[in-house]
Write a protein that binds this ligand. Structure first.
Ligand SMILES: Cc1ncc(COP(=O)(O)O)c(C=O)c1O
Length: 388
């Protein structure tokens, strides 16, 4: 049987062939340990890692030494939040917002258990946090503000530059989870006044298992308590043998993404608009979560009132999509993001996320429209029959 059409690119993306090609030699003949300083195997691995670090740093206007490689964004987020909190002897205050990924919210919770105060700010009906509410939440104890760039469920883009300026003005560290925007939206850590930033390769057609934390080393110099002890790799910030093939793949992934960033963003937006138009022209009761104008162009999150998302997904056998974030699809609680934008439990249980990617085609979107519309039609008419 043919596999379903993949419309879950915010959960993860397939590897770009160019990325795979760049990685392969580092699984084969260039297998050296980047920490081996006595032979050519080590040198070539080390050079590839450092060249990749430069490429990744440049892509966010950072310096190479400000990049610490991690196993992914979850680890980078833990390093940022626990790392900052670990440098204080007394309990301080962190500000974040309600639609963050669980990697941020759960890490903040663990700091809260240690006695820190955490403020979780609400968002508006489009999923956007008001910069003024961030400024109003600042206390004398606030040391870190953690706001994501773009949301993984509804694509909402946060006013990062405005919040960065507020942080700078108040001398508070600013951490941005940029997993969903890296390679898609412009990121300039200097201009946006970002002190810490997490990114991961597998959302931009790179390999799973590699991410980085950017931490500013000048104006301000961010101090972090390391979370993984060992051989002192990564300037002592994160021990463990560096996975050179994954790092090379990560750098290639951002290079490929940046080459076509604007045109790809536009093209995916066109496919998303077609998908949305095709669904809403047949099902006028459909509700959009987030906004088309201020959302990632490849995201479409919608609710069909009174229809259960799990049932719809099971019946849409020709497409692979999700009910929300991949991390929350294992639990049956309605999405905290959909609830944060004001939907009740019943509506939140009907939310579907479609996320389009580089390898989707117009034909696939056409097929998806008819698959979605037919399944929704069938469920609606079965419900109507049961009622009568
Ligand atoms: C916004 C956001 N933050 C963090 C993560 C975690 O990233 P990783 O899978 O690299 O740990 C994800 C991925 O699901 C995400 O979408």
């Amino acid at each position: 049987m043919d596999k379903p059409i993949y419309l879950d690119n915010q959960a993860t993306t397939p590897i770009d062939p160019e990325v795979l090609k760049a990685m392969l030699p580092f699984f084969k003949e260039k297998f050296g340990n980047a920490s081996s300083i006595h032979h050519v195997y080590g040198f070539e691995s080390k050079k590839a890692v450092e060249d990749s670090r430069k490429i990744l740093a440049r892509s966010i206007r950072a310096r190479a030494r400000e990049i610490t490689f991690t196993s992914g964004a979850t680890e980078a987020i833990n390093l940022a939040i626990k790392g900052v909190s670990g440098t204080y002897n007394s309990k301080q205050h962190i500000i974040t917002q309600a639609t963050e990924h669980s990697a941020v919210l759960d890490t903040c919770k663990s700091i809260e258990k240690k006695g820190w105060n955490v403020s979780i700010l609400p968002v508006d009906s489009m999923g956007v946090v008001d910069p003024q509410s961030v400024e109003d939440a600042i206390t004398n104890e606030t040391v870190l503000i953690s706001i994501m760039h773009a949301n993984n469920e509804i694509g909402a883009i946060q006013p990062i530059k405005k919040i960065g300026n507020i942080c700078k003005k108040n001398n508070i560290l600013f951490f941005v989870d940029a997993c969903q925007s890296f390679g898609k939206l412009d990121l300039d850590v200097r201009d946006m006044k970002i002190d810490l930033l997490a990114a991961t390769a597998h959302k931009l057609y790179g390999p799973k298992g590699i991410g980085f934390l950017y931490s500013s080393q000048k104006d301000p110099k961010v101090n972090l308590e390391m979370q993984i002890e060992g051989g002192g790799h990564e300037r002592g910030m994160r021990s463990g043998t560096l996975p050179a093939p994954l790092i090379v793949g990560f750098a290639k992934a951002i290079e490929v993404s940046l080459e076509n960033q604007k045109s790809e963003y536009k093209l995916l937006g066109k496919l998303r608009d077609d998908l949305w138009d095709g669904i809403k022209s047949r099902h006028t009761d459909v509700i959009l979560n987030g906004s088309i104008e201020n959302g990632l162009s490849h995201n479409l999150n919608i609710c069909f009132p009174k229809l259960d998302a799990e049932t719809m997904i099971m019946k849409m056998k020709g497409i692979a999509c999700s009910t929300g974030s991949a991390c929350s699809s294992a639990n049956l609680e309605p999405s905290h993001v959909i609830k944060a934008i004001g939907r009740d439990n019943e509506l939140a249980h009907s939310a579907l996320r479609f996320s389009i990617g580089r390898f989707n085609t117009h034909e696939e979107i056409k097929f998806a429209i008819s698959e979605i519309n037919n399944v929704v039609d069938a469920i609606k008419s079965a419900k109507l029959k049961r009622k009568n």
